[in-house]
Design a protein around this ligand. Structure first.
Ligand code: ATP
Length: 554
């Protein structure tokens, strides 16, 4: 062997050792997922720096109820929640209700209370796992599903050393994290139908199952725990609490049938005032007397209230920690685009040609509207509808929209239906008025308009403590409308004693309300229910021009 050959062999050996060192080092790094120590220290320092930068706790967080007793105005719903979750056999639960009225706050607190109860299957460590269905994107490739979990197949980027070894890795989702506790899904009605079906299956099986075309029982590279995950699944034994602002009819029956349904009500004025007072007191600034009442004129629920109080306290703090005034509330309402809430109280007096209609307000929530009508004998028929805003822009907090009223065409239907009761369109001037310039959703005011004109036409006075909603068909049918729960809440707050709603909107839950709610199929039924026979509710007499003059005094 000559000198050249020895040198070559030495060079090859050195190169080989260098390559071996390099590859084993890289492989070790990948196996351990290790970074360089300096990089690791730098990243940790950065995270620590971020943790040091704390802002003060927002008032919304400070005022979050810490106890179920701090949730105002939902006593019945909370009792039902306790009954469903705090016993030895907790149920799955669906909570319905308008936004910001305490559904999430109550769900967060109920598990803690359940844990304290003797015989509860929830252990001290039972977790409350919260997920918002509006932020869950459905991924049909199932690469990332925070709710159900997913499998990282070896081909995917980031599969790491398991990827090189051809091992698929199950990644448990929220259903497994909640095992032994509560899974709370906010806005559950927004779940993609495929996710909803998978969730229903998990509620039955109480196991999360994983599949992958890369999984092979014979693959010796696959660690035993991953074999077990594929073959036996991962436990997902939890109680579901779903919350939704939708109507029960919009929720899949298969989910409803597996859950106890609980209804949170819209908050009335008194409840909002109480929440405002509690928040103002926690805010720590002096405030003008009666301010909580003023806040209740604008806030539609608990969240609105807390947000308004937060703006008020920020303003007072910015201007030298001064007292919070009514003028500040006006400013917050103006800049925050809070619409004043219509809160009419009904009159106990029976009046001719005046009726309470139940409506839905632009920004959400129900409202009670007065509808007045006059009927005058004339040479020629005429219909006038006033007080409605034909088209208006509703500037909501999140979006603006234009709304066109079609109250007039609904009023035309009313006159046609009235022909059955002796009224002749060509012989009367009818004037229907919605005092207050409120945007009116025409069709749903149909039955109320009918009653107002009928009353003016016949001279039969209508009880001031009744209210109505429903679209009217040309044959006098009472047709279904939206927002009935909100409308009933507003009616109760206004002092209504009897509310008439379309039969198709009827729910058994309405029997539990503090007022009488009566379903209607047609307007004949309505007339029979509210007028006694023989009273002045027949047809107009020959000489008579019957008007609602008496009714104009309200
Ligand atoms: N009934 C209430 N009593 C006391 N505080 C309330 C009430 N309702 C709401 N709040 C306040 O508003 C905040 C938001 O309410 P929460 O998140 O519980 O509403 P939600 O009904 O779940 O609304 P969403 O449907 O929009 O999720 C609460 O943290 C609390 O500070």
């Amino acid at each position: 062997m000559n000198g050249w050959n020895v040198l070559t062999i030495v060079q090859i050996l050195f190169f080989g050792m260098g390559a071996y060192y390099f590859f084993t080092r890289v492989q070790k790094k990948q196996l351990k997922g290790e970074f360089s120590p300096a990089e690791n220290t730098r990243q940790l320092e950065e995270l620590d720096g971020m943790r040091q930068q704390k802002l003060t706790v927002p008032l919304a967080e400070q005022t979050r109820p810490k106890d179920l007793a701090e949730i105002i105005g939902q006593e019945k719903a909370i009792k039902a929640l306790r009954a469903a979750l705090c016993g030895p056999n907790p149920q799955h639960i669906l909570i319905y209700g308008p936004p910001g009225v305490g559904k999430t706050a109550a769900a967060r607190l109920i598990l803690e209370e359940a844990k304290e109860k003797e015989g509860s299957p929830f252990s001290e460590k039972a977790k409350f796992v919260e997920i918002d269905a509006t932020t869950l994107q459905f991924d049909e490739r199932n690469i990332a599903d925070p709710l159900m979990g997913s499998v990282h197949d070896p081909i995917y980027q980031g599969a790491g050393v398991f990827g090189q070894m051809g091992v698929p890795q199950p990644r448990p989702g929220a259903i497994c994290e909640a095992n032994g506790g509560v899974l709370f899904i906010d806005e559950i009605g927004e779940l993609h139908p495929v996710q909803m079906n998978k969730l229903l299956k998990v509620l039955e099986d109480r196991i999360a199952r994983f599949q992958s075309s890369y999984y092979n029982r014979e693959n010796k590279n696959i660690p035993p725990y991953i074999h077990e995950m594929f073959q036996k699944g991962i436990p997902a034994d939890f109680r579901l609490i779903g919350a939704t602002t939708r109507n029960p009819a919009d929720i899949p029956p298969a989910l409803r049938s597996r859950c106890t349904e609980i209804f949170f009500e819209g908050l009335d004025e008194k409840a909002v005032e109480q929440i405002a007072r509690n928040s103002l007191n926690r805010g720590g600034f002096p405030y003008e007397e009666g301010l909580s009442k003023k806040i209740a004129c604008y806030a539609r629920g608990g969240r609105d209230t807390v947000n308004i109080v937060q703006s008020l306290t920020s303003l007072a703090a910015m201007e030298g920690n001064r007292k919070i005034t009514f003028a500040d509330m006006e400013w917050v309402a103006e800049t925050g685009r809070y619409q004043p809430i219509l809160r009419r109280k009904v009159s106990k007096k029976a009046q001719i040609g005046v009726v309470n209609g139940m409506a839905v307000q632009g920004g959400g929530g129900g409202a009670l509207l007065a509808i007045e009508a006059t009927v005058l004998k004339a040479e020629k028929g005429l219909l006038t509808v006033t007080g409605i805003v034909e088209e208006e822009e509703i500037k909501g907090r999140q979006r603006s929209s234009r709304r066109k009223s079609n109250a007039r065409s609904s009023a035309e239907n009313v006159l046609t239906v009235l022909e059955k009761y002796g009224f002749k369109k060509d012989e009367y001037q009818v004037h229907i008025n919605f005092p207050g310039g409120t945007p009116v959703d025409g069709p749903s005011a149909g039955v109320a308009m009918f009653l107002a004109v009928y009353s003016a036409f016949t001279g039969a006075a209508v009880d001031g403590e009744i209210a109505l909603t429903g679209e009217i068909g040309l044959r006098g049918q009472v047709l279904p409308v939206g927002g009935v729960s909100d409308k009933l809440a507003a009616a109760m707050e206004a002092g209504v004693q009897r509310a008439f709603i379309p039969k198709e909107n009827w729910r058994d839950a309405f029997t539990k309300l503090s007022i009488s709610v009566e379903p209607l199929e047609n307007v004949d039924e309505l007339l029979e229910k509210i007028f006694r026979k023989g009273e002045n509710n027949g047809y107009v007499d020959e000489s008579g021009i019957l008007t609602a003059q008496e009714g104009n005094s309200w």
